[in-house]
Design a protein around this ligand. Sequence first.
Ligand SMILES: CC(C)(COP(=O)(O)OP(=O)(O)OC[C@H]1O[C@@H](n2cnc3c(N)ncnc32)[C@H](O)[C@@H]1OP(=O)(O)O)[C@@H](O)C(=O)NCCC(=O)NCCS
Length: 171
Amino acid sequence: MSEKMQPLQQARPSSDPEALVRKACLADVAEMYRIINYYADMQRMLPKTELQLYENLRDYSIVTDAVTADLVLGCGALHIYWENLAEIRALAVDPEMTRKRLGSVLVESLLSEARGWGIKRVFCFTYEPKFFGRFGFTRVEHRELPLKVYNECFHCPKFNSCDEIAMVLDL
Ligand SMILES: CC(C)(COP(=O)(O)OP(=O)(O)OC[C@H]1O[C@@H](n2cnc3c(N)ncnc32)[C@H](O)[C@@H]1OP(=O)(O)O)[C@@H](O)C(=O)NCCC(=O)NCCS
């Protein structure tokens, strides 16, 4: 367990929880920061600063469960790029709570949000292609997502050595 990933104060549920997804609020940011950057420290996803989280907070949803109430167990964002295109980003589940379908519930909720906006295509950049493949995402070349590449990847320190896998799902 890294320094950043201190044990949580509240007890964990002993059985599989009933997941509840809601839009993130200001009080969730500290926990979102902790979970995302735990994985970023292991190079499993890109880091986020608190500023980035606050600036884009309205993109984010969080998952809790009936037992732990408001405790953030995972988060993920739907970032709109264009009238027909959005990205699922910063998807992360508390490492003590993985493989309990919380990530799936978050993805389904973000896809439903995208449908609600009338978005036709959702993409992600990920190291977890198998997980996203379960929802029908398929692998594409980065150049098939020029808006992402020109808007964001150009500014990324990993631009010339990016090993994230680009995937798309047509809704
Ligand atoms: C990827 C991640 C979000 C998955 O969340 P999760 O809550 O553990 O996933 P779920 O429990 O919903 O998994 C659903 C199914 O996918 C499978 N699965 C989960 N992670 C998987 C992975 N990395 N590779 C393959 N299958 C995976 C589960 O076994 C489960 O299968 P089942 O339905 O047959 O039991 C979580 O592991 C995580 O936070 N990873 C680190 C950050 C990250 O990589 N984020 C994604 C890219 S930005």
